[in-house]
Design a protein around this ligand. Structure first.
Ligand code: KIV
Length: 273
């Protein structure tokens, strides 16, 4: 089983492989290949059709966290703390992180935010809650940023660098760095003591993470620059569904292969009872 200490010590070694998952079957598929499986709050947009991650609740994260944990034997399972579940106070964060860990069996939580969250991360880490931090573009702050633009260009790079330094110093065991320029990712990676895990942050990071549905091509209408599509699942699924619909309408499905006889073994041309 991969631990948070293993991840923390992987800095500068073979890049850490991380993907999101939200269901047991996908978690089973990822387990042999990934160091970290993140139950991201992206689940709200990916599986529930929400317009942003802001509507994701703690109960949703617990439900999907449990499902993923059931499918994983080897990888480190990290569950996102949703918007509103940790920002109020370190005590609120601890209460909800403890629920996430106790009710899902995950080994760590992830929360968004830099310097302002450092005190909370320190509080959690000192009380048995390993924290993966997330700086740069933090999607829960979409209304503050006014969108999902690249963060940390030019002078703004100082802010992101300070954020990463603050959360690492507070005890985060790894830091997700989202949508920042390559030069800044390189700087932050060299300046902080724990691994950086990039998403839209170049090869300069100590590891990479993507939303699994994005890299599998599960959407036709979402093609961000930082994602390489390793498959075209939506096109394949569309073809399969169209073929099924045509077969049903033309009475080509089901065939004798899919039909049961009156007694076990009595299937005339089928494959079994
Ligand atoms: O919610 C999410 O999926 C994430 C990442 C992809 C980093 O936070």
């Amino acid at each position: 089983m991969i631990t948070t200490s293993y991840v923390a010590q992987a800095k500068g070694r073979t890049p850490l492989v991380c993907l999101t998952a939200y269901t047991t079957p996908m978690a089973k598929l990822l387990d042999a290949h990934c160091d970290v499986v993140l139950v991201g709050d992206s689940v709200g947009m990916v599986l529930h059709g929400l317009p942003s991650t802001l509507g994701v609740t703690l109960d949703m994260m617990i439900l999907h966290g449990r499902a993923v944990r059931r499918g994983v034997e080897r990888a480190l399972v990290v569950v996102d703390m949703p918007f509103g579940s940790y920002e109020e106070s370190p005590e609120q964060a601890f209460r909800n992180a403890a629920r996430l860990m106790a009710e899902t069996g995950c080994a760590a939580v992830k929360l968004e935010g830099g310097e302002p969250m450092a005190g909370t991360i320190r509080f959690l880490a000192a009380r048995g809650v390993p924290v993966m931090a997330h700086v740069g573009l933090t999607p829960q702050s979409v209304n503050t940023f006014g969108g999902y633009a690249v963060q940390g260009r030019g002078e703004d790079g100082e802010r992101v660098a300070r954020d990463a330094a603050a959360v690492a110093e507070a005890g985060a065991f790894a830091v997700v760095l989202e949508k920042v320029p390559e030069s800044l990712a390189r700087r932050v990676t060299s300046e902080i003591a724990v691994p950086t895990i990039g998403i839209g942050a170049s090869q300069a990071c100590d590891g990479q993470i993507l939303v699994v549905d994005d890299m599998l091509g599960a959407f036709t209408d979402f093609r961000p620059k930082f994602v390489h599509r390793y498959a075209e699942l939506s096109a394949e699924a569309e073809k399969a569904v169209a073929a099924y619909a045509a077969d049903v309408r033309a009475r080509r499905f089901p065939t004798a292969d899919h039909v049961f006889g009156d007694t076990p073994g009595a299937v005339a041309r089928g494959r079994g009872a």
